[in-house]
Write a protein that binds this ligand. Structure first.
Ligand code: GAL
Length: 673
């Protein structure tokens, strides 16, 4: 955004109120220190009341008023919620779900990204917006669409099918190459004509996993094309106004690494659940991801809520102090702006009960007091604007990997890369260690510790990056379910991980899933040795949720494995076994290994889903080996550094003293060392 101080504000939907409320809002915004609002996100129906007839004058008046009051506008292109007349007049713009049901108006985001007519209508509106506003000095950024794919990520209509085929032709060139990639010789799926290639499902049983992964990539690209259509129109009108669209944390439907190349700054919406004691940690995960997606550049917290959302079954408000605490946490992690959904609580509609900066109850409220208080504190933080946070630890994350694992039929339906990335990030956060996320195809050599959670799809190029980092002296921890398939999602032969066995010194010869819920046909009766002469003496370790781990000499080892084990072949004399499984069928077999490398590098392999104790133990050791000190902090306290400032954040319910500073419950202290 074109701002020199931390951006503070909200989505602003003034069309819901009278002109008098606008006057009041502007006064209140000044009181709260609001310096930017996102305007017009859901205004299409008012901006284009009928086909091709634009009415932008009312919006211009509001932009003028805000600008005169010193409030910048993050101006939306308003394409996120098409008006009812559009769907009625052009039904082909409406999305179709997998069962062939057309999704209609009456909510929002009811559009088919591949519809030529929809793209034409979007371009028309965006051209009109650009013509009216691209030279307005009050516009500090363009907000394109809103939360792409949040509600509709795919459409199963004829135009989407046609674009999918075109995408596949560009990707594979020939039908033979597509048949190879999709392994269509299995189950008689070979296609002989491009018209036989269709979007996945509905099918009688398991759909082709390679087709599904390509469909995921295509759907992400189709929406990206739609976004870029708008971006190009806006940039042609005035290249100096930065553009963005709001991401949603890890949200799996879009490849945000790819999307991030097309925004001028990354922005994010996040709504951690205050009822969850790990909410600040979930929030930290998103903040680290957003900073990383932008290559380390500052991001904007585009949406959050001051108190409670309205879309959970029960909506707990943020606790007193948490709004300010978490907002400043985001700044300490790299945010240059803190915006909310929304400025004023709506009088009606689907989100009337969603929190806002100005609550239904008005100014005489706890929420308003905290809103004003944060505004004042953010003005003290201008010095950090534009500065970077540069962690020494990275967690590898790849959307294509997550899609491939989710689409594979077996060995487990859990979304393992997601679960493991969150678990390892969470453990680092609890230790007080900041982390980046990194794409496995990027340069990893600047990190001292690299966590590779469930890199199921390990391409040759990605293996080369990991190899390079370890050779350069990095410590790497690779977890279970890595290196099972190649770039195309085809099984790795000779033992999983064999393509990187030179680094790890191990291969996986058999996955041994645990935590299974046994299939029971007929009556489920307790086993009784008197009546179950055979069955009562049959063990079922696969039904255990966890597996004990011990040191190779049988002594205790901190932590156990959850839901997973693997048979690991150790091929290399340089490998040290750190822990072994201590359960039937895998007893005494390696569970955690490490292979030392020259120049200080080391490659760890963890053949199970370590519990928190286990992750903590591996992290303390690997952080130490990587030369990264674990800070000594009291319970509940985080200490972060950015732009020469130190931030002490007390998440706990008690007053705590740290570094000679008394921190009240849910409070922040900031100072230059
Ligand atoms: C977001 C959306 C906003 C608002 C908010 C409520 O997903 O972008 O428009 O609906 O959620 O939490």
């Amino acid at each position: 955004m074109r701002l020199t101080s931390i951006a503070y504000g909200a989505d602003y939907n003034p069309e819901q109120w009278s002109a008098q409320t606008l006057d009041e809002d502007i006064a209140l915004m000044s009181e709260a220190g609001v310096n930017v609002v996102s305007l017009g996100i859901f205004s299409w129906a008012l901006l284009e009341p009928s086909d091709g007839r634009y009415d932008l004058g009312w919006l211009r008046q509001i932009v003028d008023r805000l600008h005169a009051a010193g409030i910048g506008v993050d101006l939306a292109t308003a394409t996120a919620s098409p008006p009812p007349w559009l769907g009625r007049r052009y039904p082909e713009t409406l999305p179709v779900d997998q069962n062939g049901v057309t999704l209609r108006w009456g909510s929002r985001q009811q559009y088919n990204p591949s519809s030529a007519k929809f793209r034409e209508k979007v371009a028309g509106l965006v051209r009109a917006m650009a013509a009216e506003f691209a030279d307005h000095p009050g516009v500090v950024a363009w907000h394109i669409g809103n939360e792409y794919a949040c509600h509709v990520r795919e459409s199963f209509d004829p135009e989407s099918a046609e674009r999918f085929r075109a995408w596949l032709r560009r990707t594979y060139g020939t039908l033979d190459a597509l048949n190879d990639a999709w392994a269509t010789t299995f189950w008689s799926q070979r296609v002989y004509d491009w018209d036989e290639v269709i979007p996945p499902g509905p099918t009688p049983t398991i759909a082709n996993p390679h087709q599904r992964t390509d469909w995921n990539a295509f759907c992400s690209d189709a929406l990206l094309e739609l976004y870029c259509l708008e971006r190009d129109i806006l940039k042609a009108a005035n290249p100096s106004i930065p553009v963005t669209t709001n991401f949603m944390g890890l949200f799996g439907a879009l490849d945000y690494w790819k999307w991030a190349e097309h925004v001028d700054f990354v922005s994010n919406d996040s709504y951690p659940d205050p009822a969850n004691p790990r909410a600040a940690r979930d929030f930290a995960f998103q903040n680290d991801l957003m900073r990383s997606l932008g290559g380390g550049k500052p991001f904007i917290q585009m949406e959050q809520v001051t108190s409670a959302v309205q879309w959970r079954p029960r909506n707990t408000p943020k606790r007193p102090g948490q709004y300010g605490l978490w907002s400043i946490q985001a700044v300490a992690q790299g945010a240059d702006g803190i915006l909310n959904f929304q400025w004023r609580q709506s009088p009606g509609g689907a989100e009337a009960l969603h929190g806002a900066m100005v609550p239904h109850a008005g100014r005489d409220t706890r929420v308003w007091d905290e809103v004003v208080d944060l505004g004042a504190r953010l003005t003290d933080l201008s010095a950090v604007v534009g500065t970077r946070v540069e962690p020494r630890v990275a967690i590898v994350w790849d959307y294509a990997n997550a899609w491939t694992q989710a689409n594979a039929c077996g060995p487990v339906t859990d979304r393992v890369p997601d679960i493991e990335a969150r678990a390892w990030h969470g453990s680092l956060w609890e230790l007080g260690i900041p982390a980046d996320f990194a794409h496995p195809g990027g340069d990893l050599t600047r990190y001292d510790l690299i966590i590779v959670p469930a890199l199921y799809r390990l391409t040759d190029a990605h293996a080369a990056r990991l190899r390079e980092a370890v050779a350069g002296g990095a410590v790497m921890v690779v977890t279970y379910l890595s290196g099972y398939v190649d770039e195309r999602g085809h099984a790795v032969l000779g033992g999983y991980l064999s393509t990187i066995a030179d680094v790890l010194g191990v291969r996986v010869t058999e996955p041994v899933a645990l935590g299974a819920r046994p299939d029971v046909d007929g009556r489920a009766e307790p086993l009784d040795p008197l009546t179950d002469r055979v069955s009562s003496v049959v063990g079922t370790p696969g039904a255990n949720d966890s597996v004990r781990l011990v040191a190779p000499d049988g002594s205790a080892w901190a932590g156990s494995g959850l839901g997973w084990s693997e048979r690991i072949a150790v091929d290399d004399a340089a490998v040290t076994v750190v822990a072994v499984f201590d359960e039937a069928d895998v007893e005494g077999l390696p569970a955690v290994t490490v292979r030392a490398h020259p120049h200080g590098g080391a490659a760890w392999y963890v053949g199970t889903s370590l519990d928190a104790r286990g992750r903590d133990s591996v992290l303390r050791r690997t952080l130490g080996d990587a030369g990264i000190a674990v800070p000594d902090l009291p319970a509940g306290v985080q200490r972060l550094e950015r732009g020469g400032l130190t931030f002490w954040l007390n998440h706990s319910d008690v007053t705590t003293t740290v570094d000679g500073i008394d921190l009240g419950p849910r409070s922040v202290h900031m100072a230059r060392p």
